[in-house]
Design a protein around this ligand. Structure first.
Ligand code: HEM
Ligand SMILES: CC(C)=CCC/C(C)=C/CC/C(C)=C/COP(=O)(O)OP(=O)(O)O
Length: 303
């Protein structure tokens, strides 16, 4: 017979960091770095910048686990989390978050630049304090406003390399900011009853599922338009445009299936698609940034 596991192991601390979320954020910060320069990103910015951003994002995630442990225990999706189950005590979680958060800030301050450090701290506090402690329990627009913190990594990557806030970096932030509501609401539709049980005013609880589906589609349309801006502003080329249109069409397809309501799998399929979408969009942007100029040089050489 298996005994309930009460002692924490490294996997519990790893889980506190929301590793998959942080990994996708890192992908966007790495790509923000590469988009900020025509050639190679300096190795020190690449390594220490991403390490610092990852540690601060993980600290914010651990604080979110700590603050939410009581509601996490009640919700089916989060029931088994380390603090909710008592495998990690509040004290140890707090110490862990403080150590990795301070380490991340020190790395950014000393080895990267103060601009990146302060912007990262603002994102950490934006998610761990403003979103988790206040917005999440206060308004159904919680994830729209709180989304600014999660959208910051490409800007953090950009400033880690250039020490400057550039309009193109803000465009990348805007894309993730507009992507966040359809990403989250698709999941929240699936988990509506969980949120209702713990009295968290997520949109499907306060305004109903039909309203949330409509708003998911409206944000997806807006996202489609916003993802055309990198091409319109000359930041990205035609390969990116093709990718953004195809990926955007896929997202629109799932939002429409979701709205029509004939497919019970649509909410989770839309949520999963949102993650693949963001990953693929940023990777195509990177390919476009390097591959197209390289191919042009190759064509000129061949003539
Ligand atoms: C305020 C903004 C956001 C909210 C409210 C939100 C909400 C969520 C929720 C509730 C989950 C499910 C987690 C679970 O099942 O344990 C999730 C998963 C995920 N989110 Fe978000 N998210 C936000 C922003 C972001 C951002 C900015 C990214 C990355 C750039 C991201 C990437 C992911 C990934 C990769 C997963 C899958 C995690 C896994 O399978 O373990 N999210 N999100
Ligand atoms: C420094 C920096 C870039 C900070 C960003 C921090 C960060 C990890 C943001 C993640 C966004 C997210 C997963 C929100 C879900 O929280 P939730 O509480 O609504 O979801 P849950 O119920 O799964 O915990």
């Amino acid at each position: 017979m298996t005994q309930p596991q009460l002692a924490a192991n490294w996997r519990d601390y790893y889980e506190l960091c929301k590793p998959n979320v942080v990994l996708l954020m890192l992908l966007t910060s790495v790509i923000g770095m590469f988009m900020s320069v025509p050639g190679m990103v300096p190795w020190d910015a690449l390594i220490f910048g991403n390490l610092g951003i990852a540690l601060c994002a993980a600290a914010a995630a651990a604080i979110n686990h700590l603050v939410d442990s009581r509601i996490d225990l009640v919700m089916a999706r989060t029931h088994n989390r380390p603090i909710a189950q008592g495998r990690v005590s509040n004290r140890n979680a707090g110490i862990f978050a403080a150590i990795i958060g301070i380490a991340g800030m020190a790395i950014l301050l000393v080895l990267v630049n103060p601009l990146t450090a302060w912007l990262t701290l603002a994102s950490l506090l934006g998610y761990a304090v403003v979103y988790t402690l206040y917005l999440k329990r206060a308004t159904p627009q919680n994830i729209v406003i709180g989304g600014i913190a999660g959208a910051a990594p490409p800007l953090l990557g950009w400033t880690a390399v250039t020490n400057e806030i550039h309009g193109h970096a803000l465009l990348l932030v805007l894309i993730i900011f507009i992507w966040t509501p359809p990403h989250f609401w698709a999941l929240a539709i699936h988990r509506r009853d969980d949120y209702a049980k713990v009295d968290i005013p997520m949109l499907p609880v306060t305004h109903g599922i039909a309203y949330t589906k409509l708003h998911t589609l409206l944000y997806t349309i807006l996202l489609f338009v916003v993802t055309l801006l990198p091409f319109a502003t000359g930041m990205s080329g035609s390969l990116y445009l093709l990718g953004a249109v195809c990926l955007g069409a896929g997202f629109l397809y799932w939002s429409i299936v979701l709205l029509r309501g004939n497919n019970p799998k649509a909410p989770m399929a839309t949520f999963k698609y949102s993650i693949i979408y963001l990953m693929a969009l940023f990777m195509i942007m990177l390919l476009d940034h390097y591959l197209l100029p390289a191919m042009t040089i190759f064509e000129v050489d061949a003539r």
